[in-house]
Design a protein around this ligand. Structure first.
Ligand SMILES: [Zn+2]
Length: 233
């Protein structure tokens, strides 16, 4: 571990030497990793880090935020524009039920106490996936009627690197985390993928088609960029 001083604060970083040509800084979950070529003197590394300190600080702050999802700890979870109150209880069988603005999660009393948190998270994710399938099915139906296209299947996933996809065989995929975003943002993703059933690319014709039906493309993309770290439980 080596230390890097930024604005009176000392940040530790791990230095890895390897057979590489250039210096690289990586910030993961609030931790700094520096990768350096074998022969590079330490002073060069320190200079480089000093130059990049603002970037490093921003990254530490944004990735640290990314690792602290607080929804479950605060016993509430978002569903589009609503925040549901989370009620956790024990029962005979594990289940999840929504009653207006409450989400009642029942965990089977047979679940080992060490596994309760894990089971609770899995139950909630499964509930989100089911909600996502219902919601995206309706929105895809709406957009495909309007655009005269037809999806073959809707798949819900929890990928960390994409919000949705469209395959050449007509399968559409959507990320359940979009149910934690505002409706207009999730609906932009639905439209985005349905438009790919017409054009399987990001050509100007494609964007023209999306723009014809959605005026907030840029705002929706920006919203996802700015808020993606909050869409985790
Ligand atoms: Zn696309």
């Amino acid at each position: 571990m080596s230390g890097l001083q930024i604005n009176e604060e000392l940040y530790n970083y791990t230095l890895h030497y390897s057979k590489r040509r250039s210096l690289a800084i990586q910030v993961k979950a609030g931790k700094v990793i520096v990768r350096a070529p074998l022969t590079l003197p330490k002073t060069k590394i320190t200079d480089f880090l000093q130059q990049k300190q603002q970037w490093i600080l921003n990254k530490i702050q944004s990735t640290a935020r990314l690792t602290t999802p607080c929804w479950l700890a605060e016993k509430r979870i978002p569903l589009f524009e609503t925040i549901l109150q989370l009620d956790i209880q024990q029962g005979r069988k594990s289940s999840v039920q929504q009653h207006q603005d409450r989400l009642i999660v029942t965990i089977s009393s047979r679940v080992n106490s060490e596994r309760v948190n894990l089971v609770q998270q899995q139950l909630i994710i499964n509930w989100y996936k089911q909600q996502a399938l219902d919601w995206f099915t309706i929105r895809v139906q709406y957009w495909q009627q309007l655009l005269k296209v037809q999806a073959t299947e809707i798949i819900i996933g929890g990928w960390s690197s994409k919000w949705g996809y469209c395959r050449s065989d007509g399968r559409l995929g959507f990320n359940w985390r979009l149910l934690m975003a505002p409706t207009w943002v999730a609906d932009y993703v639905a439209l985005h993928e349905v438009c790919h059933l017409r054009y399987l690319n990001h050509s100007s014709q494609y964007w023209q088609l999306v723009r014809k039906h959605c005026a907030d493309i840029e705002q929706a993309k920006q919203w996802l960029k700015d808020n993606q770290h909050k869409l985790v439980i």
